[in-house]
Design a protein around this ligand. Structure first.
Ligand SMILES: NC(=O)c1ccc[n+]([C@@H]2O[C@H](COP(=O)([O-])OP(=O)(O)OC[C@H]3O[C@@H](n4cnc5c(N)ncnc54)[C@H](OP(=O)(O)O)[C@@H]3O)[C@@H](O)[C@H]2O)c1
Length: 166
């Protein structure tokens, strides 16, 4: 299973100055629980914002620099090769940033989506993607420093989506 996992503000912001522009401990805990034991694919800037491979998970970092290396991670200079590096025995989570979400979107079967109630200042935005082929299979309202909605969307080609666009 290939999934996107993302947290975005009401105005679609996902990052600011190379970091997450909020602290949501409940959402980070959910990220850890969902991804533990699986494989993460992320862009070089997202990897550098985390600073190290996350324990218990394999990390594939994308960089167009053929010299780039990241201790404890696999590195690929091509997103298709990066996807091929992933072991089909584990789930693959597309962890951003913006262009990686866009480039991998056609292959994604599931989206784990955190939507903050507030608009947040930032400089990286989740791309506008058509979710017509996705069905909402789970949603819950969550309280934290910023309240948010957590949803799971599943690609189902034959079923009309509850989400028109996000
Ligand atoms: N809220 C969330 O859920 C979330 C999730 C992820 C990230 N973020 C935030 O988003 C920001 C980082 O995202 P970003 O969009 O700026 O950068 P990013 O996607 O993490 O990294 C961009 C880099 O990835 C490499 N890359 C992109 N496409 C590639 C391809 N097709 N093949 C090979 N390499 C490729 C390039 O690296 P080189 O420059 O080395 O060639 C590119 O500069 C941070 O603020 C982070 O905290 C938020």
């Amino acid at each position: 299973m290939i999934s996107i996992i993302v947290a975005m503000a009401k105005n679609r912001v996902i990052g600011k100055n190379g970091q997450l522009p909020w602290e949501l401990s409940s959402d980070l805990l959910r990220f850890k629980q969902l991804t533990m034991g699986h494989t993460l694919l992320m862009g070089r800037r997202t990897f550098e914002s985390i600073g190290q491979p996350l324990p218990g998970r394999r990390t594939i970092v994308l960089s167009r620099d053929p010299e780039y290396s990241a201790a404890g991670c696999d590195v690929s200079s091509d997103i298709k090769l990066g996807l091929l590096l992933a072991d089909s025995a584990t789930d693959l989570f597309i962890c951003g940033g913006a262009e990686i979400y866009r480039q991998a979107f056609s292959l994604v079967e599931r989206i784990y989506l955190t939507e903050l109630e507030d608009e947040i200042e930032g400089d990286v935005f989740f791309p506008e993607l058509s979710l017509r082929e996705f069905q909402l299979i789970h949603t819950e309202q969550c309280k934290d420093t910023i309240n948010y909605r957590f949803s799971i969307l599943q690609r189902e080609l034959s079923v009309e989506s509850n989400y028109e666009e996000i």
